[in-house]
Every structure is written in structure tokens, then in C-alpha cells.
Design a protein around this ligand. Sequence first.
Ligand SMILES: [Zn+2]
Length: 95
Amino acid sequence: MTQRTQFRAECAHCGRDHAVRGVRMVAHGYKVPTGWHQFVGTCAGTDRPHFGTVEGREYRAAIAQAFRDLATRLALTVASILDGTVSGATSGTWR
Ligand SMILES: [Zn+2]
């Protein structure tokens, strides 16, 4: 009887432990809806280096920075709405 060893690591995107192939995360986080015949909702960390690598930590740091930037923009937008300098969305953008 052959015993397979599955190597696992923390995904730099979702933070969960999943299988790796080399230093890269295998596909995870997906569902295969009945009749669909393909993965739906695969984690964005798939095929990226796991968190235990320098590249994986840099990837997670970039995600964190993107969320900080988004939070800053949203806070500015909310402040503008509250102080009345924004009158509403036209053509999909706030003015
Ligand atoms: Zn993931």
C-alpha cells in the first residue's frame, strides 16, 4: 500500500492551510456546481507562493496596503458626503 504525503502551507491570500505543489498553492476554495464541470470561486491565492515564502509575504503585504488605501479613499468619500462637498453620483462617479 502506497502512502501519499500531502504538503500544506498557509495561503498568502485567504490565510487558510491548503495543499502546495512546490512553493505554490494548489487550487482551493472552489466549488463545482452540479452540471458546471469546472471550478467556481477559486481563491486568488491559487498558484501563488505560500505565506512561508518571501514572495508570499510580499503578496499579502500588497493586499493589506490595497485595503488600507481603499479604506482611506472610502473615509474621504464619506467625509465629503457628510460635509456636503459631494452632491451625488453621476455617470458612476462621485463629484
Ligand atoms: Zn487561498
